[in-house]
Write a protein that binds this ligand. Sequence first.
Ligand SMILES: NC(=O)c1ccc[n+]([C@@H]2O[C@H](COP(=O)([O-])OP(=O)(O)OC[C@H]3O[C@@H](n4cnc5c(N)ncnc54)[C@H](O)[C@@H]3O)[C@@H](O)[C@H]2O)c1
Length: 393
Amino acid sequence: MARKTVRTGMVGAGFAANLHYEALMRVHCVDVDVAGVYAIDADMAETYGRQRGVKVYGSLEGLIDDVDVIHVLVPPVAHEQIAVAALARDTFAVVEKPLTGYFGDGSEGFSGRTFSKEKMREEALSSIDRMIAAERGSKACICYAENWVYAPAIQKEREIIEKTAAQILWIHGEEAHSGSHAATYGFWKFSGGGSLIGKGCHPLTAALYLKRVEGRTRSGRPIKPASVTARCHALTNLAAFEDKGHLRSDYTDVEDFSMTHVTFDDGTVATIFASEIIMGGIHNQLEVAANNHRTICNINPNTGMCTYNPVDEYFSDIYVVEKTGTKQGWSNPAPDEDHFTGYPHEMEAFYRTIAFGDPLEGDSGLAGDAISTIYSAYLSDERGGAEVDVKTY
Ligand SMILES: NC(=O)c1ccc[n+]([C@@H]2O[C@H](COP(=O)([O-])OP(=O)(O)OC[C@H]3O[C@@H](n4cnc5c(N)ncnc54)[C@H](O)[C@@H]3O)[C@@H](O)[C@H]2O)c1
């Protein structure tokens, strides 16, 4: 039988578009033909297309009409519109995190810090509803690109939960580093929030996923988030903050620190920390405390390799690990960072779904639960940490 070819379009030509392209080059189950790229920034699209020999499209619709799947690799504010446009044409949409959110009322004076979180939650839930409705009316679907779900450590933990029928009592997850690179990050109107949504969505979604796995294993019914309490802070915006130049600190109207406590419908809990104030490279970790085992998933840094380098410049042309401030001294170089992060694994899984209809773990319901939990958490923060219910999908 002839090997299947899937025609792919990239929407966006920045950081995520690069990592998706690299991961697509490692897909085995089909031949991936990256047929084109479209981005609002025409220069970025031009450079991206030239470097990879990929056709540059002048319109989103033109690209969608030529491919089987598009990758939505643009700031969160545009995820819904682009995914819905693809689904309406029965084209699959691989959508980066966060699925969607609330991005302001368009007014000049809009500030994410002061705008009503109740209203934000209502609008974010409407956005999820619209995306899921578009999916229901389509022959294609949303593949939610939450790489933590597919990270090998999380998938190994899934196996442990399934094979031992483990009961998870507490999950503690954290994503932190010294600040996002994207120019649009730091503005609620583009990102839909700060650390809680931008970084917290990773460990949160992995936690929701593992409780879903536990539920379907032990009772055939997913365990869902029921309520949440949270606090958010803008630490680098404090008048007393002394900027030494090691942390990004130009956030406009978003938080740079968040802690979230999720209670599931079985009474068990997850705590999720996310921040932009951690030096020393990315800190991505998820710990599971179960009734029969304990697991620590070190997504990044990963101690598979430890190197001591006495002089920073020796490693000037060596990639060590994401967002490390210096290459001098001890470090944990990532021999294959993308592998441990789960990027190739999510693409392999998505293309199996797209080409052969395989069941999907990173689906729109999981993505919707994550966004719903996050905006309930913002509402909790506005109420000083009061408990707020979570709608699920
Ligand atoms: N999973 C991960 O580890 C990970 C890492 C980084 C970014 N992301 C996600 O990827 C997405 C993109 O982030 P990034 O860091 O690549 O941003 P970026 O700023 O590097 O690139 C954004 C690109 O989108 C284009 N763009 C903006 N609005 C558009 C629109 N309406 N239509 C078409 N093109 C548009 C820009 O021209 C640019 O090429 C975000 O949702 C982000 O949360 C995920």
